[in-house]
Structures are given as structure tokens and as C-alpha cells.
Write a protein that binds this ligand. Structure first.
Ligand code: SAH
Length: 248
């Protein structure tokens, strides 16, 4: 499965800004084929502005008068819907649906269809789809902004296509220099003694009532397992505070 096999079909879009937002969302996720069925206004400055760096997708978009033209050569058509309809149709969540799309062999054409901002897709349009997909949103307010719905579905489809192509979703993290080796037991002992001297010297620790302070410090360094450099830094810092505390 390749990204080029997928087209995003926006049907009867009312708001030009949503066309631009959808173009941006899909290009962010690696999809470039935009179909517009009977948009209220196109092209518009507002769409171009919202598309930002994805303006090219608006220039190459296919504009159709009828939904059937946009999907005529498609093999798999997925309709998006906020809810189950009167006549039940196979309804999937985005992940399951995108796994199925990603399993399509090369050459098959796939359409992801999005409806009008107010009315969604018509029953005629929904019945032309093999599957319906709903983003499992807050049931009390499940209708996403059109371009946000395009973002969620193209994101999920991107992950599933990359998985199908055995590609990691992110490039491997760059190699970073290895950490310093952990400090030896003796180095930590020396640090603890130095810390105790500094605490006593500054008056922070009362030799008559030391309580559990040093045991707690020992437990802390056991938990942290500091490396050589960290121990050196602390030793250096303690030495400099001792020096600066001495009367000149
Ligand atoms: N009142 C309309 C809402 C349309 S929102 C309705 O109930 O269908 C505009 C478009 O955004 C929808 O047609 C659909 O394509 C998409 N969309 C919005 N929320 C969605 C959701 N939760 N799941 C899937 N698609 C959604």
C-alpha cells in the first residue's frame, strides 16, 4: 500500500477555510490527492491561507460536480460519519479501518470521504461506501471540525501504512555519546564523607544530634547510582563552598 493510492474526498464543503485546513492536514501526513465535490467556493484566498505550505494541493485538486465522479475508479470507499445511521452499515473505529486500508494491494484506489459541515454525508453518499468509520469522540459532542476529522484519520492511516511497509514512524534517535561509567563504591564513600564534613563545617549538621541525615543521603545516592562525572561535580562544588566559607 502506498500513500498515492489514497484520495481525500470532501463533499459539499461549505467553509473555504476547511478546504485549506484539510489540505494542510493531509499533506502533513503524506497524502497529496484532494478531491472536492461541489464546494461552496473554490478557489479562495481563505483556503489558500489556511493551507499554508500545502497550497500546491489546492492547485492540483480535482473538482467534481457529483460525488459519483470522484469515486468512479475507486476499489474501496470509506465514508466518515459521527454516528451510526438508520440503516446499519459496517461501522469501524479509525484504527481497525486504517489497518484494513493499509492491507490493500498496490494499484487499488482508496477514497476517504468527508461530508458537509452541517449535514455530514447524505444517505446516498453513505450507501456508496463499503465501510463507515467514526472517530470515537465524546458522545455528548462527537462532531469534529472537518479538517480536524481529516487530521485524525490521515494520521491513523499514515501509521498503519508505515507499519505495513515495515517503516518506523519516526527516524531512529541519533546516537549520543555514552554516559560516564557509574562511580565506584569508594568514590561515593569519599563523596559522603566530604558532604558530611561540609555539613558539619557550615553548621548545618549538629554533631551532637546528627539524626538520620547521613543515612538518608547514603540512601539517596544508592537510589541514584551517580556516575563518575556527577560525583566529581559534587566534590568540586563542596570543595569550592568550603573554600569560600573560610575566613580570608
Ligand atoms: N452534523 C454532521 C456533522 C458533520 S461534521 C453529522 O452529524 O454528520 C463534518 C464532517 O466531519 C463529517 O461529515 C465527517 O466527515 C467528519 N467528522 C466530524 N466528526 C467526526 C467523527 N466523530 N467521526 C468521523 N467523522 C467525523
Amino acid at each position: 500500500m502506498n500513500f498515492e493510492q489514497v484520495r481525500i474526498v470532501l463533499v459539499n464543503t461549505a467553509q473555504p477555510g476547511n478546504i485549506g485546513g484539510a489540505a494542510r492536514a493531509m499533506l502533513n501526513m503524506g497524502f497529496t490527492r484532494l478531491y472536492l465535490v461541489n464546494p461552496a467556493a473554490f478557489p479562495t484566498d481563505r483556503a489558500t491561507w489556511r493551507a499554508a505550505g500545502a497550497g500546491q494541493l489546492l492547485e492540483t485538486a480535482t473538482v467534481c460536480d457529483h460525488f459519483d465522479q470522484a469515486i468512479a475508479d475507486c476499489h474501496l470507499i470509506i465514508g466518515t460519519s459521527t454516528r451510526a445511521r438508520r440503516i446499519p452499515w459496517p461501522l469501524q473505529d479509525p484504527r481497525t479501518c486504517c489497518q484494513q486500508i493499509a492491507a490493500e494491494p498496490p494499484q487499488r484506489q482508496v477514497a476517504l470521504v468527508f461530508g458537509n459541515e452541517q449535514h455530514g454525508l447524505t444517505n446516498h453518499e453513505l450507501h456508496r461506501c463499503h465501510q463507515h468509520v467514526a472517530i470515537p469522540a465524546n458522545p455528548a459532542y462527537a462532531s469534529l471540525n472537518l479538517s480536524a476529522a481529516v487530521q485524525v484519520l490521515t494520521y491513523e492511516l499514515r501509521l498503519q501504512i508505515l507499519a505495513q511497509q515495515n517503516k518506523p514512524p519516526l527516524p531512529p534517535a541519533p546516537e549520543h555519546p555514552p554516559d560516564d561509567p557509574p562511580a565506584t563504591s569508594q568514590a561515593v564513600e569519599n563523596l559522603l564523607q566530604h558532604l558530611e564534613r561540609a555539613m558539619l563545617g557550615s553548621g548545618f549538621l549538629d554533631p551532637a544530634a546528627p539524626r538520620q541525615t547521613m543515612t538518608r543521603m547514603r540512601r539517596m545516592f544508592s537510589r541514584i547510582r551517580p556516575d563518575e562525572r556527577e560525583v566529581q561535580i559534587l566534590r568540586g562544588f563542596l570543595a569550592s563552598t568550603e573554600k569560600s566559607a573560610k575566613p580570608r
